[in-house]
Design a protein around this ligand. Structure first.
Ligand code: F0G
Length: 364
């Protein structure tokens, strides 16, 4: 069965949705858990792992949620689906809608998403609308739209997306032979992924597969840090939206939808929320690239954040950490080329970076 080849649907006993023959699947999930030996050595850690969700069919972790939510859209008889996106949700939705034979519409902020992602939604045949606003503005327009027309909303407020996005937690445990990592580190944008993984680990504990859950920490870009600010200001009691700006365009979000769920996970599991600047993101991305793996800028915040968590003593060098790499390096090649050409930061700005950070594990 196609569903048995899917890293999401093979866990269908733990999903609250649809019959086998209705699943819209592209064989998502079953992503690799890589070791990052060079970065581990640079940090003085024994075990640093990366769950590479960029190895999904459309190149990001969004596929695990889209297979679930699109299947629900079909079973409910919708003809149209839509989302606002910083690029990856729209790429995933467009692909799964095409497989399902549904029409799809994506609202994206003009000039603010990576080319790879924009090209995907066009390639998969989605009605691709660029609006002269940011992600948060796109969400506002879409909210109005779905109120007026029979369109199934596929932003991460859709609970079935989170059901799919919890399954990488199950895979991670299989891949570590049920040794629960001490720390899982995720990038924070709209803040759904942390909530989904938290739910996945909680379910495994509830069912008795594991006896404790990992600490889940969320890393935001300094220019898009509403959760970081909220945690500092009031422990996550309330969140003030910010005007977001970062070259990690996937997480350029000022008013995250799922912040309450993520605060709950941070508190329940005992993780931290950290922020990292543009230079730290770029260096971490180069470092992951030089492991022969690579990821998009938004994913690299995890390594940049881990360095800070280790320095602060929150993550012990003898502990195990898993970075959630959310998107493939080919999503945003322009960023990578600009970085390596010295167009993002000049030599003076990179002065003081370690060889590991510069991706120079060996002398050239
Ligand atoms: N990493 C990547 C590559 C992303 O595309 C996103 C979110 C995140 C991390 C953050 O995940 O929102 O669950 O906290 N991208 C969304 C999109 C917003 O539209 O593609 P989150």
């Amino acid at each position: 069965l196609a569903v048995d080849q899917s890293g999401v649907w093979r866990f269908r006993d733990l999903l609250p949705i649809v019959a086998d023959d209705q699943a819209i699947t592209l064989r998502e999930g079953n992503t690799p858990l890589y070791e990052l030996p060079k970065s581990a050595a640079a940090l003085g850690m024994n075990w640093l792992l990366a769950k590479h969700q960029g190895m999904n069919p459309t190149g990001s972790f969004k596929d695990t949620g889209m297979t679930a939510a699109l299947s629900v859209a079909v079973s409910r008889g919708f003809e149209w689906v839509a989302c606002a996106s910083t690029g990856n949700t729209s790429a995933a939705m467009a692909a799964y809608a095409a497989r399902a034979g549904l029409r799809s519409m994506v609202l994206i902020p003009e000039g603010k998403i990576a080319w790879g992602k924009l090209s995907q939604s066009m390639d998969y045949g989605s009605m691709t609308v660029q609006l002269r606003t940011d992600f948060d503005g796109c969400v506002r327009v879409l909210t109005e739209l779905v109120r007026r027309a029979p369109i199934y909303l596929l932003n991460s407020v859709n609970p079935y997306r989170l059901e799919g996005q919890k399954t990488p937690a199950f895979e991670m445990l299989e891949q570590t032979d049920w040794q629960v990592p001490h720390h899982v580190i995720v990038p924070g944008g709209n803040l759904a992924n942390c909530a989904a993984l938290g739910k996945g680990f909680a379910e495994m504990k509830h069912l008795g597969f594991i006896s404790r859950v990992p600490k889940i920490s969320v890393i935001q870009a300094e220019g898009a840090n509403p959760l970081y600010r909220a945690m500092q200001a009031n422990g996550g009691e309330s969140l003030e939206p910010v005007v977001a700006d970062t070259r990690a365009t996937a997480i350029r979000i000022g008013n995250p939808a799922s912040w309450r769920k993520t605060v709950r996970i941070l508190k329940a599991n005992g993780g931290w929320c950290e922020q990292v600047n543009e230079r730290e993101i770029a260096l971490a991305k180069a470092e992951i690239g030089a492991e022969g793996i690579g990821c998009e800028p938004a994913s690299a915040v995890t390594l940049a954040g881990l360095k800070k968590l280790v320095a602060a003593g929150h993550v012990g060098r003898e502990e195990t950490a898993v970075l959630l790499l959310t998107g493939h390096t080919l999503k945003d090649p322009e960023y990578t080329i600009q970085y390596h050409r010295g167009q993002l930061f000049n030599a003076a700005e990179l002065a003081g970076a370690t060889p590991a950070e510069l991706g120079q594990h060996k002398a050239f």
